[in-house]
Structure formats: C-alpha cells, structure tokens
Design a protein around this ligand. Sequence first.
Ligand code: ATP
Ligand code: MG
Length: 554
Amino acid sequence: MSNENRSTINVMVRLLELLKPLILILSVAVIAGVLGYLAAMFIPILGSYGIINAIGLASNIKLSTLLAFLGVIGFSRGILHYIEQISNHFLAFKILAIIRDRVFSSLRKLAPAKLESKNKGDLISIITGDIELLEVFYAHTISPILIAIIVSITMILFIGRLHFVLGIIALFAYLTVGVLIPTVASKRNKENGEKLRKNMGNMNTFMLDSLRGIKEIIQYDAGNSMVRKLNNKGEKLVEDQKRMSKNRGINMAVTGFAISVFSIAILFTSLYLFNINLLDENAVLISTVSMFSSFGPVIAIANLGSSLTQTIAAGNRVLDIIDESKEVIEVKDKMDIDFSGASTKDLSFKYEGDKYILEGINLNVEENEIIGIVGKSGSGKSTLLKLFMRFWDVDKGEVKLNPLNIKEINTARLRDMESFMTQDTDLFHDSIINNIKVAKLDASLEEVKKACKMASLDEFISDLPKGYNTEVGELGDTLSGGEKQRIGLARTFLHNAPFLLLDEPTSNIDSLNEAIILKAIREDKKRTTIIVSHKESTMRIADRVINIESGRMS
Ligand code: ATP
Ligand code: MG
C-alpha cells in the first residue's frame, strides 16, 4: 500500500470533498443543530430572567411572556434535535455508500496486477471496519464542528454585549475547551490511533491466513503456536485499546476542569465589574449562567479529540486505496480488431524488483496453431501469459495481437478475444453452473454443457445429486483438485474466444480425462492456443514446443 502520510487537515479536507453532493443536507443538519443548542442554552438563561423577575429585582420582561417563550423553546429543542440527528445520519450512511462505491471501483481498476501484492486481510479490514468508522466523521464530526463555531460566536456576542471583558473571557473559554484541549489530545493519541487500526488489520490477515492454511497447521501440528500468536496479537490490541480509553478519561477530566475554571472566572470578573459599577446585578447572574450553560457544543468537539485520531487513520487508509494508481491504463478509444495471430518482439519484463523475469523474447503464434511452452519452475511462463492478457505492460519490446501492439487495442476487446485459464482455479461460493457462467454470463444451459463436455466434466456434474445446481463449498474445498481444474477449463471453453491461454491446464488431471480434454482442444479448429505445461503427455498436442530457460527462449 502506498501509505502516504497525509496531515490530519489534509485527510479531513479530502473526506469533505467527497461530501459535495450532499451539501444541502449538511446545511439542514447544521442549522437545526445551531438552533437546537441555542434553544437548550436559553432555557436556563430565560430561567434566570424569571428569577430576577420573581425576586423583584428590576426587570422589564413580563413573567407570562417569559413562560410562553420557555414553553416554545423547550418544545422546539426536541424537534430540532431530531431533525439534526436524522439529517446527520442520513448524510453519513449516504456518504458511506458513495465511499464504498469509490473503493470498489478503485479495487476493480487495481485488479489484478496491484491486488496480487496486496495484503488481503488489510483490504478486508479497510472495506469493513475503516469505512464504517468514517460514519463517526460524517455523522458526529463535521456538523458538530460547524455548530460549535456558530453557537460559540453567538454566545461570545451575547455575553460580550453585557461587557466586552466578559466576551473575551468567553472567547478564551471556547478556544480552550473546543480547540486547545482536543488538539493536544489528538496529538497525544495520533500514534495510538494509527497503531490500533494497523493491528486490527494484522489480526484480520492472520485469521484469514490461518483459515486458508488450516490443513497445513493441522498437518504440521502448529496449532498451539498459532493460538499463542493469536493471543499475542489479541493482547496487543487490548493494550492499544486500554491506552486509548485512559487518554479519553484524562481528556474528559481536563475538559471538566477547564469548564469550572472559566465559569468561576466569569463569575468573579462580573462581580468585580459590578463592584466598580460597570455592570448591574442582573448581568452578573445572566453572564455566569450563560457561560456555564453554553459549553455543550464545544464539549462535543472535545470528546471527539480521542476518537478523531482513529477516524483520521481510517480515512487515510481508505484514501490510500482510492488514490492508488493502477498498473495498466486501459484504453477505450483505440482499435477493435479481429484475431489473426499473436506475437512478441524483443519482449523484456520485470516485476517491482531489478531482475528481469523475461528477456528478449521473440515469439510468433500463427492463427490456429497450438504452441507449447515448457521451462523450469519460476522461469516466467505464467508471466508471459499474463503479459498477453495485458495485466502488466512490458518494459521493453512489444506484445502484439497481429498486427497491432496490444496497447493500441481496446482493452475490453482484447480480453474478449483471449481466454485465460490461470494456474489455480478460484471458485466462488455459488452453484457450479454460476461458477462456470462467470466466463459468459448470458450462456444457455446448452452452451455450458457443451463446454463441460469439452472439459470432460459433464458426466461428473450430471452424477451429482443436484447436478449443475450443486453448491460449491467455501473456497471450493468440497471439490478435488482435478475437478476444480476442469471447472477452470470449462470456463475457458465457454468464453469462446479465438485465442486460448492455458496455464498448466492438466497438472491435476488423470490421463484418461486428460486425453479427452486434449482431444477437444485439438479438434477445436477455430482457436489458437498457447499451452504451458510440465507434462510431456500434454505437450504432445502442440504443433511447436518452445523452451523458456530462466527468462530466455531456446
Ligand atoms: P511455475 O512453473 O512454477 O508455474 P512460472 O514459469 O510460471 O513457474 P512465473 O509465475 O511466471 O513462473 O514467475 C516468474 C518469476 O516471477 C518467479 O520468480 C516469481 O517469483 C516472480 N513473480 C511472479 N509473480 C510476481 C509478482 N506479482 N510480483 C513479483 N514477482 C512475481
Ligand atoms: Mg506458472
């Protein structure tokens, strides 16, 4: 993963940009929130006016008016809060849907080249956990910040109108509780938050690996050591979480302390101003009550301080995926051609490292020819097939579907002309027929059966209790290696492309089934085939056999 180190502000700005289409709902949430908080604050403030009235101190507001006002405010407070919450959550879940969509389309672009090297557990924890965590950001972060700013400014003006010194104290009070304390808290917690998200990803990877390797673990009796490792990871997570909640506690205590200090400061300052005749006694009461009851919105921000670090870390990881550049730039506005042979010219290729996997490969595949490729393990045979699919672009030389360089052919058309059977067949948790139909979604049962006959699979499937509708177990574990491989072959045949790329299509298949399959390939005159295999029996159907020795042809 690119793991760029974006600043907190940078992440927040990027996350906000995603929100553009929903700006109207955000405004509704903020307005409702501001009015709601103001309503809540003015309940005690109006109450104070009531007390002033009741104890007969000078006041020019009628008690009945005041009570009516209080009733209206109390009632609307509830409704406003409801509107704020509902719009915030509508906004949050809508935006999560948008982000999921962005992440999935990003993953599609990255497949297969970039995904091959990615950590799958990490991806899963990003898709599930991290995106979910952003709900906190969208539902409980943005509008609270905007609300706090607007409400605080209103209150500074309200208190400052009594005396400007009181206004200045209010300003400092809000800045301390709403900005200073959360900033310090989030700085102290930044590392923790990032570590927690990362360890969460590690845990997922470990679980996934262990499940996939469960047979190896049992066979080599590694169970105990795996459990120990798992415990270790769990303890690390608990440590992280403990540290986080300890910091949260400290944060809340400091916030509470600051609120008391500033409320007392306002009380004493206003008393002093009263003593030197710059303020009347009503103002003393009103300013102190206003100050004390107006911290709600900034406290909401202060409490964010500790969770914000995690949210930002999650946002960072999500943005990493959205920003990842892809390996191959797919083309749409180039040429659509018909297949008439393929070739490579002085092709050289390397993965991330410095070592060339393939060097100076010149290969010419005539139409309707069957080319066999042999070579020792790791010599680059599978890589060559992937280059024909344009999963990667070559570093030097050319790959062509005659007469064009494959970069000049529309990528969708290119993949349509080619049918690639990978060395390992991956199955989906679905019925056998759907597993085969991934190669051609609108295929009829007849077409599927024909492909299965070519792959010597029809008989096996027909004998299953539910036939073609039999469910394939998780990870295809309920099928034998050879059966899985024949499903892979059936897919390739169903795709019905003129150019077949078969990577070890028969490595798990017995000689009887192999003979049936090879005969089908041989007799299928309309196709051109490259077949990679270690088996001599399979190579016998090739018109020509080419040997790739450590990246070179011989
Ligand atoms: P085998 O007969 O065992 O299937 P192969 O000839 O098909 O071997 P390739 O799969 O083409 O070999 O791999 C060639 C080399 O490239 C190997 O050393 C392999 O480790 C390396 N390699 C394969 N895929 C990647 C990748 N995505 N990133 C980096 N290196 C890779
Ligand atoms: Mg291979």
